[in-house]
Design a protein around this ligand. Sequence first.
Ligand code: CDP
Ligand code: CDP
Length: 218
Amino acid sequence: MKKISIAIDGPAGAGKSTISKKVAKKLNINYIDTGAMYRAVTLKMLNKKIDLSDKENIIQVLKNTKISYKNNHIYLDDELVDNKIRTNEVSNSVSYIAKIKEVRDILVEMQRRISKNTSVIMDGRDIGSNVLPNADYKFFVTASVEERGRRRYLELKEKGINVELNDIIEKIKTRDKIDSTRAIAPLKKCKDAIVIDTTNKTIDECIDEILSYIVERR
Ligand code: CDP
Ligand code: CDP
């Protein structure tokens, strides 16, 4: 089968990773979660108690940091950190780290390397616009901010973490704003991306919609 690449971009809580993982399984291709890489860098800076506005220090620490992504798992300095990168603290800090050019240069290079010789579905904020501009398929997965907040709220509640729904919505709005207004590779819908609005759709409906475009064009 010919190598294919699928780019999935969109804001937090839109359903990107849930949908991408399932589409990857259906098509028997690799799923690459680029957000996990930015989260791992952020975790390192939080562990080292580095001020998130201290760019020079962040870049220095990054030079002695090993981030690797293997078989859907993310490692920070050889430690498996799949769960540690999903805390509220990391979520609320990651956008400050992700706007630093030197951080992006390293991670984008890694993402392109991973996807060079293999079929992938990759999700993030700048995949269609920057990481894989020649992707065979580009989707912009989105939903209303209220629905995205509600989904994150339910996820946290399930983990036993009590948060205010409004607070979660505000945090998501802040993150969306930083991600979409930064100077380098901001979150935006590419001209050639197909919009999938997941607000009132089930996960299966979203997957079917994406697969229908892929099957149609293959
Ligand atoms: O899962 P969620 O949508 O909450 O976020 P994520 O995909 O894990 O991404 C976390 C953060 O990493 C985003 O809010 C962006 O600041 C950054 N990111 C990015 O800048 N570029 C990417 N390709 C992926 C993530
Ligand atoms: O990766 P991203 O931040 O875009 O979102 P996600 O982590 O894949 O999805 C956030 C939550 O929304 C998950 O709990 C999904 O199960 C849920 N979801 C949903 O309820 N309905 C959809 N159509 C898509 C996702």
